[in-house]
Design a protein around this ligand. Structure first.
Ligand SMILES: Nc1ncnc2c1ncn2[C@@H]1O[C@H](COP(=O)(O)OP(=O)(O)OP(=O)(O)O)[C@@H](O)[C@H]1O
Ligand SMILES: [Mg+2]
Length: 431
């Protein structure tokens, strides 16, 4: 630590010097008779404690004090005034000008050592505080960086959850399409067979034109079971048509689903369609384990992100299907979806007759990564993402309760229109 003493009398300087050297052998002490020299020195070297005599010719201690306190670089320097004057006004002035302490003349050893020690302690504490602050700043910077990394990771996770959902959907859709395609192609085989039969019959017909002999005609008619072929033909064609239109329907739902998943502007969306399309996407997952019913009384529209709504209904409905699956061999799952509109709020409930929510898990249900499913089966992100979509992005609510008769009920509410000030979004304005 560095200390400077400014006093116009040499004898005072050496007196103070002796005492301080004795008391603080490690302290670097600089002595100045001339305040002007002292100021020059101050500009060159950082000084921690400055002892200033008040009464000096030309430049007084108060002048020096005024000067150093008007420059921020010396803000942390401790200034102790030494004075022979014993009047309160001078002390007051010194403190107002920014002095930290004072020593009265004649200076005693005890007082000088005590005051300087105090000043050094303050300087030391200030240094510690500064380095602590620096540490906190660094820490804060690190935290901010970590937060940014977390946000990126969060985005990536949401993306991978979406991808997982798409993979799962793709499997379901492939299965759904496979079924009608299966019977369409088997029908085609039968049709080919029938066409061969008809061709053979027609060939005989042609050769018999003009002849009165119908015997061979009748024989082929019997052999080729033409009566049955003609009867079955109609059914075969209508079944095939049905299969093809089912595939077309699945493809169009898929296209609709994919179309709505972009995070663009909110638009007026039919919540009835959101539910129906999601039900269809999950039909394959549900059909062996549960009956899924949809209770809708009216068309309910909301200003929202369709893709995000699809994702929420998908997550909650899929959870319900997963909840009823383990018990489905003894008790068929019942999943009821209800959609209502009330006071400009959309109310969507999805309830199941599964085991319900374990009370120990309730508080953590919407936390990211909370899952009770086996490793690889659930990421534990479905509900946390849904919560984010409903609560943060649509200012709605997402809650859950257990039903008295067993099972869980999830309730989603969102305002039908959140931000009517967005241009072009008057009801029916964009769709
Ligand atoms: N309908 C329900 N009945 C019983 N428990 C449920 C139901 N829905 C959710 N849960 C519980 O909440 C947990 C968290 O659900 P969430 O959808 O967030 O994750 P997950 O289904 O485990 O995994 P992910 O959805 O990411 O595949 C589930 O593991 C399950 O324990
Ligand atoms: Mg889930």
């Amino acid at each position: 630590m560095n200390l400077m003493v400014v006093d116009d009398r040499k004898i005072n300087l050496s007196y103070v010097d002796r005492i301080l050297k004795n008391a603080f052998p490690d302290l670097a002490i600089y002595l100045h008779e001339e305040p002007g020299q002292a100021l020059k020195h101050l500009r060159k070297e950082p000084i921690d404690v400055l002892l200033l005599d008040i009464m000096m010719p030309d430049i007084s201690g108060i002048d020096v004090l005024t000067y150093v306190r008007s420059h921020h670089e010396w803000d942390k320097m401790q200034v102790i005034m030494i004075t022979a004057v014993n009047d309160d006004e001078t002390f007051k002035e010194c403190f107002e000008l920014g002095a930290n302490d004072y020593i009265k003349k004649p200076v005693t050893q005890v007082e000088l050592v005590a005051r300087v020690k105090n000043a050094m302690k303050i300087v030391d504490s200030q240094r510690k505080l500064t380095s602590l602050l620096e540490g906190i700043k660094d820490h804060n910077k690190e935290l901010r960086q970590m937060y940014q990394q977390l946000q990126v990771a969060h985005k990536q996770l949401i993306q991978s959850e979406k991808l997982a959902a798409i993979g799962q959907l793709a499997a379901g859709v492939a299965h759904e399409i496979n079924n009608p395609i299966g019977y369409v192609s088997s029908n085609l085989e039968t049709l080919t067979n029938y066409v061969n039969k008809i061709q053979r019959f027609m060939t005989v017909c042609q050769s018999q034109i003009g002849s009165k002999d119908t015997e061979s005609l009748e024989r082929v008619f019997q052999e080729e079971k033409m009566a049955f072929v003609l009867e079955d033909l109609e059914e075969l064609v209508s079944e095939t048509r049905e299969g093809i239109s089912r595939v077309a329907e699945i493809v169009s739902t898929l296209r609709n689903f994919a179309h709505g998943s972009e995070d663009g502007e909110k638009s007026w969306v039919s919540m009835n369609d959101v539910v129906k399309q999601t039900m269809m996407m999950l039909q394959n997952e549900a059909k062996y384990v549960a009956n899924v019913t949809f209770d809708e009384t009216e068309e309910v529209e909301a200003l929202c992100h369709k893709g995000q709504m699809n994702q929420v209904v998908m997550n909650v409905l899929y959870n319900a299907i997963q909840a009823v699956t383990p018990q489905s061999e003894t008790k068929r799952g019942e999943i009821q979806i209800q959609l209502r509109k009330n006071n400009n709020q959309v109310h969507l409930t999805i309830e199941d007759n599964g085991p319900g929510i374990d009370p120990r898990h309730r508080d953590r249900l919407f936390d990211p990564f909370f899952t009770t499913k086996e490793v690889g089966k659930g990421t534990g992100l479905g509900l946390s993402i849904s919560y984010d979509i409903i609560v943060n992005k649509h200012r709605g609510t997402l809650s859950v309760e257990n039903l008295p008769e067993g099972g869980a009920r999830f309730l989603v509410t969102i305002p039908t229109a959140l931000n009517m000030t967005e241009p072009g979004l008057e009801r029916g304005g964009t769709e």
